[in-house]
Design a protein around this ligand. Structure first.
Ligand SMILES: [Zn+2]
Length: 655
């Protein structure tokens, strides 16, 4: 057996590219979710966009719809973002066509693209709001009005649709717009030395550059990133020029849009959570494209700040509704958690891009945690309803909705689910990285040879994963790196019939197997999914004395439909290792966990306070995956549960 360990230093200097979406075919949990996107979500998104009036807004043969959604206190309207919703919906449809060709859906998107073609100005500008409703305000308020953000989402849609169908029309429209931006933005005479208040254009331009091979789009993206937060501050200058008081800013601070200082000097994750994730994603792309270590260094500091002080256990981020974003370190309220679906989707984007410079469990574990919990919760099992906020506790009033006045989340989680295969694997010149597990078949090209890699598994319900290589007309030497999640204590790997000493081959949390591979070679990975309680840093006041149940990558919660009302009256006494597993038919046979508990009795009397504590009675507590809550009967939900004694008396008890 030709199995050798590699030193860490070698793995960081190469470029790992995600597999293209059509290179991975999924079964299992994500296959089911993709089927739901193909069967319902993709069409639902287009239907809702039409119902909202979005097509009327871009159809130049119809009168301008005017302001349908009222102007808000910040002098804008969420209607200004409609192009972004169409862009993300087009992107979702594009990915869905790989799994399930759908001529009807494709024709609907073609018709939308025709409308955009007619809408586009001679100079290349295209934006429903600033062409049809407030043309006099074009480029007047980059701080608030999402103009470049909308363009970015249309670019992402254009790239995906071109790759899925070979149709160039929307791609050409967006290239024309990007070419126009190149003339408009810069430090030259008459140019705008600015950038968008809502990041997105940065990562979109990188996609446009990669699909067209045009470096000028990368350079524009880098310009936006380099300019952000520099002095004199563009948003201040712009406000003065536009006759607005720069201090009259509803969000008070430029931290809101991560433009309070140049990006390379930023050390704390601040402001609007989705904006932050999109910015860091764009920075990671530019770091990889330009080999810019100054950006990578800033990103590593920001990453550490996020995951050690500001992230919910679900991978939800941004606790506050007031700024749709971050507050103070360790401030993670559960019932009022904003934790927007888009923000967790954005965290998956960022984590994935941090893997571009080499496999590293620090990023991939968080990518999986955010994906399976805080992001996936945003889409119902039938693919028809959505969460915007993702609290970790509900008194029974928080439910999935059909649509929202600001419908950013539905197409965001839909496009992520529909493209998830591309997040599972990455490939370098001589190495395949497996970041995520799940029933799937992937196709790679490595050193000019076609390689297939099949995963047979029931993951995340079962931790046994059989991997089989195919293709490989002639044996080929390369490495396969398999992520060993940090939670998978006692993981085992065999290559062929031979057990692998994981300690000897693991680099940055990945078992790296380098050898000559042949078709039919097999590996077997066993990841113990052992149910376990996690405790929060004592500085998180909201979780004191409580613990959250996890199994594998999944966060579990208790729901009223299984446990009755008064979930906070439960104290979970059972040992998680002794949890009884059950399959829940109403949740597509998800694994539920049953544990012993004690319940505070409700026969307390009419007084509100008394000296004697409540009496308790034995009870059972059932837990289901957090991402699946509110798919059955509505009711209460709770993640952080009371435990009889979450403390340890000895110091240094560690992880
Ligand atoms: Zn959203």
């Amino acid at each position: 057996m030709d199995t050798t360990a590699m030193p860490s230093a070698q793995t960081r200097t190469r470029t790992f590219r995600p597999l293209p979406v059509p290179s991975v075919t999924l079964g299992g949990l994500f296959g089911e979710r993709q089927d739901a996107v193909c069967a319902t979500t993709a069409e639902t998104l287009l239907d809702r966009c039409v119902e909202a009036g979005m097509l009327d807004a871009i159809d130049v043969t119809k009168p301008s719809p005017g302001i349908v959604i009222p102007l808000q206190p910040w002098s804008g309207s969420t209607q200004m973002f409609w192009d972004s919703d169409l862009g993300k919906s087009i992107e979702t449809v594009a990915y869905s066509l790989y799994r399930k060709p759908n001529p009807k859906l494709e024709a609907r998107v073609d018709a939308i693209i025709d409308l955009y073609e007619k809408l586009q100005d001679e100079d290349g500008y295209v934006n429903a709001w600033f062409q049809r409703i407030q043309p006099e305000k074009r480029w007047s308020n980059l701080r608030d009005f999402h103009e470049l953000y909308c363009a970015g989402h249309l670019m992402e849609g254009a790239v995906a649709y071109y790759q899925a169908t070979g149709k160039r029309k929307l791609l050409d429209i967006m290239c024309r717009f990007a070419d126009y931006m190149i003339t408009m933005f810069g430090h030259g005479e008459g140019q705008i030395p600015g950038y968008c208040g809502h990041e997105e254009i940065e990562l979109a331009l990188v996609k446009l550059a990669r699909v067209t091979g045009e470096r000028k789009y990368l350079d524009l993206s880098k310009f936006f990133i380099d300019e952000r937060g520099t002095e004199p501050h563009y948003f201040t200058q712009e406000a003065i020029r536009d006759g607005r008081d720069p201090k009259n800013f509803i969000q008070k601070t430029y931290e809101y849009s991560q433009s309070h200082k140049p990006v390379r000097e930023q050390t704390h994750v601040v402001g609007h959570a989705v904006r932050a994730m999109y910015l860091y994603s764009g920075m990671a792309d530019i770091a990889a494209e330009y080999g810019d270590d100054s950006l990578t260094k800033a990103l590593e500091t920001l990453w550490s700040d996020l995951v050690t002080r500001q992230m919910y256990i679900t991978g939800g981020i941004g606790p506050a509704a007031s700024n749709e974003g971050f507050t103070e370190p360790y401030d993670l309220p559960n019932e009022s958690a904003y934790a927007e679906t888009c923000a967790s989707v954005g965290l998956v984007f960022w984590a994935n891009r941090m893997l571009g410079r080499g496999p590293n469990r620090d990023y991939a574990d968080i990518m999986e945690q955010a994906l399976y919990n805080g992001a996936l919760s945003g889409l119902s099992l039938d693919g028809k309803t959505f969460f915007y906020e993702n609290p970790l506790e509900s008194a029974g009033k928080h439910h999935r909705w059909v649509w929202h006045h600001c419908p950013c989340c539905p197409p965001n989680i839909a496009r992520l689910v529909a493209s998830i295969g591309s997040y599972m694997y990455a490939v370098a010149d001589d190495e395949i990285a497996v970041h995520l597990y799940g029933e799937s078949q992937a196709r790679f090209e490595i050193a000019g040879t076609v390689v297939t890699l099949a995963q047979q598994t029931r993951y995340p319900w079962d931790g046994a994963i059989a991997l089989t290589l195919g293709g490989l007309e002639t044996p080929q030497s390369f490495a396969i790196s398999l992520r060993i999640p940090g939670w998978a204590k006692g993981a085992k790997l065999t290559v062929g019939a031979e057990p692998v000493d994981l300690a000897a081959v693991t680099v940055d949390g990945y078992a790296r197997i380098e050898r000559i591979w042949s078709a039919g070679d097999q590996m077997r990975l066993d990841l113990p999914l052992n149910p376990r309680f996690l405790h929060a840093n004592p500085l998180v006041r909201q979780d004191a004395g409580r613990a959250a149940l996890m199994r594998g990558p999944l966060v579990y919660c208790a729901e009223e439909v299984d446990n009755g009302t008064g979930l906070n009256r439960l104290t979970v006494t059972g040992d998680p290792q002794a949890a009884r597993e059950a399959s829940v038919e109403g949740l597509k046979n998800a694994v539920a966990l049953d544990l012993d508990a004690e319940q505070d009795r409700a026969d307390w009397g009419s007084t509100l306070y008394r000296e004697a504590p409540p009496q308790t009675q034995p009870a059972k507590a059932r837990f289901v995956p957090y991402a699946l809550w509110d798919n059955r009967a509505p009711g209460e939900m709770l993640v952080w549960m009371r435990r009889p004694d979450g403390r340890q008396t000895k110091t240094g008890s560690g992880a």
